[in-house]
Design a binder for this molecule. Structure first.
Ligand SMILES: [Fe+2]
Length: 213
């Protein structure tokens, strides 16, 4: 599997590529800010982007989606609960959009990307699992979590989503949607030891930590 993490924009966003080494087919995950950088990085790796997958509908993750999908003729995938917000960013009616739900699989060549619905930061936030790499969007950062005080945010739902992620193997690598941590990626095992939000044992402890009593 080809895997790339690139920095875009002024808000420390990460955009990712997941590609099949044989077919060179690739998906780009999130589409914020610098569309030309995304396209140039893909072409340097000789990848052909066929799919754009959006972890959630916030501006900094999606504002390049219309331009990117237009330039490379890719289809756009997102959770069904983010559909209304994301479609506002898609200007061209010919761009094909596909609604996702929990446990769906997206094929990129021979690579399978599994959708893990993790509401909390937004209602339709998703994480994406490809081999041992989990792309966590704004659900889980290195050492922190995404905000729950924005429209659609729900701290209790985020707590439940984190419990779902804790069931993954400790060696699963996590790749967040922002470079907010001490390192650019981590593992489920490391977060269990170091991330105060991920370490909470019950929802009361968690709600106290996020400031909701
Ligand atoms: Fe966000």
């Amino acid at each position: 599997m080809i895997f790339n993490q690139i920095d875009v924009g002024p808000m420390q966003n990460f955009v990712y590529f997941i590609g099949d080494e044989i077919s060179k087919e690739a998906a780009v995950i999130d589409a914020g800010w610098d569309v030309d950088k995304i396209i140039n990085t893909a072409s340097q790796s000789k990848l052909e982007i066929k799919k754009i997958i959006l972890t959630h509908s916030h501006f900094d993750h999606v504002q390049g989606v219309s331009e990117l999908a237009d330039k490379i003729s890719a289809d756009v995938y997102f959770h069904e609960l983010e559909s209304n917000s994301i479609k506002k960013h898609i200007k061209n009616g010919t761009i094909k959009t596909i609604n996702l739900k929990d446990n769906d699989e997206i094929n990129v060549g021979k690579i399978k990307i599994k959708v893990v619905h993790t509401p909390g930061h937004t209602l339709g936030s998703i994480c994406l699992l490809a081999e041992n790499k989990l792309l966590t969007g704004d659900t889980l950062f290195v050492g922190a979590i995404g905000r729950t005080d924005l429209p659609g945010g729900d701290a209790l739902k985020l707590f439940e989503s984190l419990q779902k992620l804790k069931k993954l193997d400790d060696k699963t690598e996590i790749y967040p949607g922002h470079d907010y941590g001490e390192t650019r990626f981590s593992t489920i095992g490391n977060e269990k030891k170091n991330n105060p939000y991920f370490m909470c044992k019950n929802k009361e402890e968690f709600m106290k930590l996020v400031g909701i009593f």
